[in-house]
Design a protein around this ligand. Structure first.
Ligand code: HDD
Length: 705
């Protein structure tokens, strides 16, 4: 989809945490050596030899063969041949941004980690969002879990919180990770389907492996198709052990809460976007940051008492398929993350960043969650292949902002010139240059002492055997529209499976979650609904639903306004002013490109009916003066937006275009007026703040039969 860069004039999302992009941020400084590799004006070889001609290879005569002695030809082609590195084995498709984390200081009672405990302490961060299953070039909007990996460059060393946008995981023990990923990735014979779980091997595995059920509910819910990175939650998933300066420990779960609220696409929209704009999410994030509409998440923690059995209200805190409902342990805010700078180079930063769950700082420890334990091995191991050796920590994006003085030496791609003769401890030869162990209070990886004993077994605790009660809790916590989306998602995915036994087995699993869910999916598949034994004593957790009853912020939202020659540019200007003041965007759509002018006013046409599609907008308006624009593509645009429960509107003669598209202008969420007045703009802002017009859905369903 054609992209115009958004206007630079859009103000930052109003917030005390929003900051100017720092030209000389610590991250920029850390990147300086790499950028410094490009110097001088002349084109050179990698050896610094100035080049006169890079367009013609050295030949024996203009029509003759190329000569082996052409070093420039060989260097240029050889380097190109090796430009790619292996993509990540999972989470290959991703986009990232730099930012800053500012601590509230409220975490001081539970952790001594200064980046969380010290009020006002600012820590640079780099955050990479990703899908899990798709290859590097796959689409952003596929149904999948989203990775939410945060690297905090703290003064005590790097801390990586490598989480997802869902708080649970498919497996309880990391030894099953290759199994779930092999099942979810494309079939090994034909390498299809790409970036999706709607196929036999995935459903074969998860129906046989019922501990995945809770996570499957999340993945089939609206959380699997976020509206944007700025409208999804993030979770550390595992329970961590926090330690305060008095040496007291507690158990905690990390949550990222987006200030823009939690919102999703609808399924048809996600599918259309995957074709018309596969870069939907990364474009949205980069454009917004470029325009100064920064992206924010509040970090919160759920704190539970540390105990020998590591449970809370009967929930085993070591089981990564379980959540602690927020109603039982509130999420307490501890700081604000603001993403305010796009990477300068995708490869150097986004591709080469290496996260690791073992990158911890004093005050934060891991627990015995067997999923986490396996992860502690995997992340370093995978980088050795992906980044070509053990020195990837020296890459600018991975380099800590704390002093580094290790005794690690040599290896592939070593860029440090280490001095001295004694890279070992203890030694008597290094003098002042060699590192010495930190004093006890400042040392990392000094775990709080805990007794560990037990027989060597390959087994889970019995408490891990409950695979369904929280899946049921998730379902009963959903609003009717979210339940309908879940039913549709299950029916779609299972409808793409060829094997009847897999569909039937999955219905058997759903019967243990909820009888109505099972019956409706079975009806959609044309199969009988089996009977199960769903838990009956489950209390809903309202925090799990993402439907909002009161208008939320509209930062990052996009309003499309259809206009043309003679359109009411003054009205568009008023709407633009109000939306941009809230960090939202207005894009003018017309039949052809160019600039619209009326009197002293002008509007740049950013999208044409050829280059745009409804998926680009959270709301679409038709301006006065554009009502007679007769174009089938406009009808499609408006009708799609109507079907996807988006706000639609028109003023003046713009109403004609809605009617011409067959839209019932009395339907919910159709905002009409004679002119753009303050009350109209407010109605628009409130309606977009509700995200979708869910009341309209029954009408749409009735129409499509
Ligand atoms: Fe993982 C990447 C999140 C379980 C092994 N994982 C990766 C990324 C995220 C997660 C966000 C992308 C990081 C980036 O942007 O570079 N992974 C999770 C979460 C899990 C989880 C939230 C469960 C709670 N992962 C998990 C297990 C294993 C791995 C159980 C292996 C035993 N994950 C990897 C990996 C990756 C990875 C193979 C691929 C690329 C990388 O690490 O750097 O090591």
């Amino acid at each position: 989809m054609a992209s115009k860069r958004p206007r630079k004039s859009v103000p930052a999302v109003a917030s005390p945490a929003a900051m100017e992009p720092a030209e000389t941020s610590p991250v920029a400084e850390a990147l300086a050596p790499a950028q410094g590799l490009q110097s001088g004006e002349a084109l050179t070889t990698a050896q610094g030899l100035r080049l006169r001609d890079t367009d013609h290879s050295l030949k024996a005569g203009p029509r003759g063969p190329s000569l082996l002695e052409d070093f420039h030809l060989r260097e240029k082609i050889t380097h190109f041949d090796h430009e790619r590195i292996p993509e990540r084995v999972v989470h290959a498709r991703g986009a990232a941004a730099h930012g800053l984390f500012r601590a509230y200081g409220s975490a001081a009672s539970v952790t001594k980690a200064p980046f969380l405990a010290e009020e006002g302490r600012e820590t640079p961060v780099f955050v990479r969002f990703s899908t899990v299953l798709g290859s590097r070039g796959s689409a952003d909007t596929v149904r999948d879990v989203r990775g939410f990996a945060v690297k905090f460059y703290t003064a005590e060393g790097n801390f990586d919180l490598v989480g997802n946008n869902m708080p649970v995981f498919f497996i309880q023990d990391g030894i099953k990770f290759p199994d779930i990923i092999h099942a979810g990735k494309p079939h090994p014979d034909r390498e299809i389907p790409q970036a999706q779980t709607a196929h036999d091997t995935f459903w074969d595995f998860v129906s046989l492996h019922t501990e995945a059920t809770h996570h499957v509910m999340w993945a089939m819910s609206d959380r699997g198709i976020p509206r944007s990175f700025r409208t999804m939650e993030g979770f550390g998933v595992h329970t961590f052990r926090l330690v305060n300066s008095a040496g007291e420990s507690s158990l905690a779960k990390f949550h990222w809460k987006p200030t823009a609220g939690v919102h999703s696409l609808v399924w048809e929209e996600a599918q259309l976007a995957a074709g018309t704009d596969p870069d939907f999410h990364r474009r949205d994030m980069a454009d917004a940051i470029d325009a100064g509409a920064f992206i924010e998440y509040e970090l919160g923690i759920q704190v539970m008492a540390d105990s020998d059995d590591e449970t809370f209200e009967g929930i085993d805190l070591l089981d990564p398929t379980k959540i602690v409902p927020e109603e039982l342990a509130p999420v307490q805010p501890v700081g604000m993350l603001t993403l305010n700078r796009n990477p300068d180079n995708f490869f150097a930063e986004t591709e080469q960043v290496a996260f690791h769950t073992g990158n911890l700082v004093p005050g934060i420890e891991v627990t015995n969650d067997p999923l986490m334990q396996a992860r502690l091995f995997s992340y370093l191991d995978t980088q050795l292949t992906r980044l070509g050796g053990p020195n990837f920590t020296q890459l600018p994006i991975n380099r800590p902002h704390a002093p580094v003085n290790d005794n690690l030496r040599d290896g592939m791609h070593q860029t440090a010139v280490h001095r001295g003769v004694a890279p070992y401890l203890p030694n008597s030869l290094a003098g002042d240059e060699g590192p010495v162990p930190a004093e006890e209070t400042r040392g990392g990886y000094v775990q709080i002492p805990r007794l560990v004993e037990g027989e060597k077994v390959r087994a889970n605790p019995v408490s891990f055997d409950d695979h369904f009660s929280q899946a049921t809790m998730f379902y009963v916590s959903m609003s009717p529209i979210e339940k309908a989306h879940l039913i549709e998602a299950f029916t779609f995915e299972l409808g793409k499976c060829y094997e009847k036994q897999i569909r039937e087995r999955t219905l058997g699993v759903l019967a243990n979650v909820d009888a109505d869910l099972c019956a409706q999916v079975a009806a959609g598949l044309g199969l009988p609904a089996p009977k199960g034994k769903p838990a009956t004593d489950v209390r809903p957790s309202p925090a799990l639903s993402q439907i909002v009853a009161v208008p939320g912020p509209i930062a990052g939202r996009v309003l499309g306004v259809v206009a043309g020659p003679g359109a009411d540019l003054a009205g568009i200007g008023k709407i633009r002013k109000a939306f941009e003041a809230r960090g939202a965007f207005v894009r003018v759509i017309a039949a052809a490109g160019g600039v619209l002018r009326k009197g002293a006013r002008s509007e740049i046409i950013e999208r044409t009916l050829l280059t745009t599609r409804s998926i680009e907008y959270d709301a679409v308006l038709v301006a006065d003066g554009a009502g007679s624009l007769a174009d089938l593509r406009l009808s499609v645009l408006l009708e799609e937006a109507f079907r996807h429960a988006k706000v639609l509107g028109a003023w003046g003669d713009g109403k004609q275009a809605l009617r011409a598209a067959g839209i019932d202008t009395k339907a919910p969420g159709i905002l009409l007026d004679d002119a753009v007045v303050a009350a109209y703009t407010k109605r628009l802002i409130d309606a977009v703040g509700l995200h979708r017009v869910w009341d309209r859905v029954p009408l749409v369903t009735a129409r499509s039969g």
